[in-house]
Design a protein around this ligand. Structure first.
Ligand code: GLN
Length: 531
């Protein structure tokens, strides 16, 4: 039990070292994580499926690769990817051949993915162990994971609160030590916001950095796949594994993936020294109205710490930020309504057949029954925005404003600012039910993250302390292809706060999450709704 606990507390790069020295095997590491994940899934509901047998087979294969490399000598051992033999939690919208891929929806319940997504192939090449598939908001629409057809997920910091969304399952799993690595997708904030609310690191790469081949499409011009981890070095390693050009996604860019992602400094001094002389922009529009004072306080402290380490902080303005939310909720539902047209009850997934009814009636019944309320809301919004007569007024107009949002960023980065520093989410984790009755309140969760998606640029969120006992996320936003720099900023910030007391804290309700007889997240949500 102690050994298990200890193995799960290690970071990915620490586990990688122990694998190479032979101190731990991939099988032992996998078993340790499986045990915690299986034990806590009752209380957290982070996993839609845990693949015990398959992951142990993958672990054995990794151990065999390790043994062969060890026999070949130090160079062969060095050539192994740092992800080899290590558990990854994969959001359930990534195709893994032969496994489920529900995208959090009932409409594709029972569908079996016939092939591997690009990211899955890359994880396999690296020798990673896919522990299972994680819970998520239906079709990645949401900021709390409460829109999953398979029930909400609890935040291990406070089981009555949400872990953020839509990659809430991966975020909770990584925060609760079920896996050192998680895969999420970010269309408007769904990697960074759950990372912030769950107290971990989450990176949204530049649009085109990671191939979207084999993931369930939400809003194709914004969707990006990225890492959720417990530190910057692990995020860099996971990004390194999955990034790069792929012929099967024409929007994946032929931009080289820097190998320096695997060489972020281990030494705190070196990591901190990198911050010296860097120019950071503080966008005034990101200190939005309604932001929690505790969040703002942590962000200002972080900014002072960065300044103390020798970075210059400059006030900057991104004047079109205010239009981000409005344009996002035109463009995204429009693309989603087109992407979701394929769920017709004929080609795959759920199919409702009414006796004696025609095809159209079956189609309507399938979609009426299979989609949840948030998805229906988006389809209606999107179909309306694209309909004849409204296209110019809404969709075209929104695309033009999108260009203005992008130009704001171009100007700031063009003036020599290396990165922007901002809050990730205006609030810490909120209680179940707090925002489901008011879609606009839920949409506001992403006010600080979605502009980066609209502009197609990169952003990362990392923990920067607590407010009311719950994690606060600090965001760095950078120009296209700046992932390495953003992770160096992140690593630098980790280094200068390495001694902070909050870094020693584990999620406060992990012990309760061990209780497999207590309430499930759905039961907690129901109790709160009744209270
Ligand atoms: N919360 C936002 C939305 O619902 C972002 C979701 C995401 O990034 N997948 O659209």
């Amino acid at each position: 039990m102690t050994a298990v606990r200890e193995a799960t507390r290690l970071l990915g790069h620490e586990l990688a070292t122990r694998l190479r020295t032979g101190e731990l095997s991939a099988r032992e590491i996998t078993l340790a994580h499986l045990e915690v994940a299986e034990r806590q899934n009752h209380a957290l509901n982070a996993w839609l499926v845990i693949e015990r047998e398959k992951s142990l087979d993958e672990a054995d294969a990794a151990d065999a690769r390790l043994a062969a490399a060890r026999a070949d000598g130090p160079d062969a051992l060095d050539a192994l990817h740092p992800l080899l033999g290590l558990p990854v939690a994969v959001k359930d919208l990534v195709s893994v051949a032969g496994g489920q891929c529900t995208s959090g929806s009932r409409i594709i319940d029972g569908y079996v993915a016939p092939y591997d997504a690009h990211v899955t192939e890359r994880l396999r090449d690296a020798g990673a162990v896919i522990l299972g598939k994680t819970n998520m908001d239906e079709f990645a629409m949401g900021s709390s994971n409460e829109y999953s057809a398979y029930g909400p997920v609890s935040n291990p910091w406070d089981l009555d609160t949400v872990p953020g969304g839509s990659s809430g399952g991966s975020a909770a799993a990584v925060a609760a030590y079920h896996a050192p690595f998680g895969i999420g997708t970010d269309t408007g904030g769904s990697i960074r916001q759950p990372a912030a609310l769950s107290g971990i690191v989450g990176l949204k790469p530049t649009y085109g950095r990671v191939s979207r081949y084999g993931i369930v499409a939400f809003a194709s011009s914004l969707d990006q796949i990225g890492p959720l981890t417990r530190d910057a070095r692990d995020a860099a390693a996971l990004l390194h594994a999955v990034a790069g050009r792929d012929e099967r996604d024409s929007t994946s860019a032929p931009v080289p993936v820097p190998d320096d992602l695997l060489r972020l400094p281990a030494s705190d001094d070196e990591a901190a020294a990198w911050l010296e002389g860097k120019r950071l922009g503080l966008p005034r529009e990101y200190f939005v109205e309604g932001m929690e004072p505790g969040v703002e306080a942590r962000i200002r402290e972080a900014v002072r710490a960065l300044e103390g380490a020798g970075a210059t902080i400059e006030d900057v303005s991104l004047p079109h930020t205010d239009y981000g939310l409005a344009t996002y909720y035109i463009v995204v539902p429009a693309e989603a309504s087109a992407n979701l047209a394929r769920y017709d009850g004929v080609r795959y997934g759920r199919s409702v057949r009414l006796p004696g009814a025609d095809f159209i009636a079956d189609y309507l019944a399938t979609r009426g029954d299979g989609f949840g309320p948030e998805v229906k809301r988006r389809i209606m919004l999107g179909t309306y925005a694209l309909s004849a007569g409204y296209y110019d007024a809404f969709y075209l107009k929104a695309q033009k404003v999108r260009t203005l949002i992008k130009r704001d960023f171009d100007e700031v980065f063009g003036s020599g600012i290396d990165a922007l520093v901002a809050p990730t989410s205006p609030s810490v984790a909120f209680r179940f039910g707090a925002r489901t009755a008011d879609p606009v309140a839920m949409y506001l969760s992403d006010a600080c993250t979605l502009p980066a998606n609209m502009a197609g640029i990169a952003g990362v969120s990392l923990p920067c302390g607590l407010s009311n006992g719950l994690p606060v996320g600090l965001q760095f936003i950078g120009p296209p292809w700046s992932e390495l720099e953003l992770l160096r900023f992140s690593r630098g910030y980790e280094a200068i706060t390495a001694a902070a007391e909050w870094r020693r804290l584990e999620p406060a309700q992990l012990t309760q999450a061990d209780d497999a007889t207590g309430p499930t997240p759905a039961e907690r949500a129901a109790r709160l709704a009744a209270a």
